[in-house]
Design a protein around this ligand. Structure first.
Ligand code: NAG
Length: 440
């Protein structure tokens, strides 16, 4: 018994030791530029970089045309976003802190769809790697590996989307922390409709996660499991996110607009009754009040964009700051999406809602956020599209819950092919919120 445990320990510790040695050698071999970069992150680690945010040069600022609030990175020299580098183009990035090492993350993204020669099948692959900041970019420090998501049977795509039956592999994966460990939600061929949303314990897909670090209370999902939302099902179910309530019970939020939809998630992927009806009317009013009015031409929509986080609206450094029901909310990001001729534009808004039943909305951004470094609009030139896919606490150990002075890593797709990220104080993302109680 003891021998077996020791063996297991050695198996677990081995890769970390290797990684550690690799990091140390990397550290020593890099030039001063790198050292000061990573050093900057070390200094900030866990400490609020500046408690009086409003006086900081990196506090959010209204853009000159007053349409957006610009938010700044806490660690890059110029406050702008940083690149995420895999060995090749990658889309829809996710950034999670490595559970064992400071200043180290695990990044996951989707490779562009590939057609094998002579085949109609569309292969989509998610890849992941351990990453650190090197010369200003978040880069793989070991080769990116394909993640072993299992393809799912389908064949339920009909009419003008029947070509989706030829899809192989997951797409649009989100990777995020829950209260205890890491999860992934992804799209794949559905048993109920054309495309569905699946959930899996992300630890089942990687070999570096120390499984003993997790408590056993979360639901299982050790294999990819389709989430079966209450009826009706759309042909393409998209963009679900999971949230945990104040008792850490798992829920799935499948719609935000025009009508919210969410329900308790059961361990077999089925859902409890729709919970959104009770506050639907009030919530819809709040969203319509603060989000832009959609032009009714079929090209504009409000879409769920990221996973969720729990945030307490006071600062960790403040000794009187205690999480309570009236200061702690679930946070997510939605996009106002506009489809243009050859591309789409996305404007991100933050949404907060209650962490206890009936989970009604609390607040919504009055203006969209402008990620510092995004090319400004002007002179008819198109704005670079920024599409946010993930939000996780930057530093390890926070898991699901943080405070205003904790830093969030946003992962986003930049343009058609690039992955990028920015680390912003949670309080900065919550700039200029409109409260639902004031929306009438
Ligand atoms: C990692 O960061 C934490 C929080 O700042 C700190 O207490 C700890 O000493 C760091 N660990 C190492 C190995 O630097």
């Amino acid at each position: 018994m003891i021998v077996r445990d020791l063996k297991r320990l050695a198996l677990l510790a081995g890769p970390f030791l290797l990684l550690f040695l690799l990091s140390v050698s990397l550290w020593q071999s890099q030039n001063d530029d790198l050292r000061s970069r990573v050093g900057a992150l070390f200094d900030n680690h866990g400490l609020p970089t500046n408690p009086s945010a409003s006086t900081s040069p990196r506090a959010p600022r209204l853009t000159p045309d007053k349409t957006h609030y610009q938010v700044f990175s806490q660690s890059t020299p110029d406050g702008e976003f940083f690149d995420i580098r895999f060995d090749e183009d990658a889309l829809n990035p996710n950034i999670i802190p490595h559970p064992k090492f400071n200043n180290t993350w695990y990044i996951v993204a989707q490779l562009p769809p590939k057609h094998e020669r002579g085949s109609l099948e569309i292969n989509v692959e998610e890849v992941g790697c351990v990453a650190q900041f090197i010369k200003g970019a978040l880069m793989c420090i070991d080769p990116a590996q394909p993640l072993p998501y299992e393809p799912t049977p389908g064949g339920n795509c009909q009419g003008d989307i029947d070509f989706f039956n030829l899809n192989i592999g997951p797409r649009d994966a989100r990777v995020f922390f829950g209260p205890q460990n890491i999860w992934t939600v992804f799209a794949s061929n559905s048993a109920f409709t054309c495309f569905g949303q699946f959930i899996q314990d992300f630890r089942a897909l990687v070999d570096w996660y120390p499984k003993w670090m997790a408590k056993a209370s979360d639901a299982d999902f050790s294999v990819g499991t389709e989430i079966e939302r209450p009826f009706p099902h759309a042909p393409m179910e998209k963009d679900y996110f999971i949230f945990w309530d104040k008792d850490d019970a798992m829920h799935v939020h499948y719609d935000m607009f025009p009508q919210r939809g969410y329900a308790k998630l059961k361990p077999d992927g089925k859902t409890g009754p729709e919970l959104a009806s009770e506050t639907a009317e009030r919530d819809a009013k709040c969203l319509r009040h603060y989000l832009p009015e959609l032009v009714d031409n079929g090209f504009e929509s409000i879409r769920q964009a990221t996973n969720s986080l729990r945030v307490t609206l006071c600062e960790r450094v403040d000794s009187t700051c205690e999480p309570r029901d009236d200061n702690t909310y679930i946070m997510t990001v939605v996009h106002h999406k506009t489809d243009l001729a050859f591309r789409s534009e996305y404007e991100p808004y933050v949404v907060l809602f209650q962490q206890r039943a009936p989970y009604e909305l609390y607040a919504v951004s009055r203006r969209p956020l402008w990620i510092s470094g995004r090319t400004p609009r002007g002179d008819g030139l198109p704005t670079d599209a920024v599409s946010i896919t993930s939000a996780n606490w930057r530093d390890r150990g926070r898991n699901y819950h943080g405070f205003l002075d904790d830093v969030i890593m946003l992962g986003f797709q930049y343009g058609e092919r690039h992955s990028a990220g920015i680390d912003v104080r949670a309080g900065d993302l919550l700039v200029d919120l409109g409260l639902c109680k004031d929306a009438s």
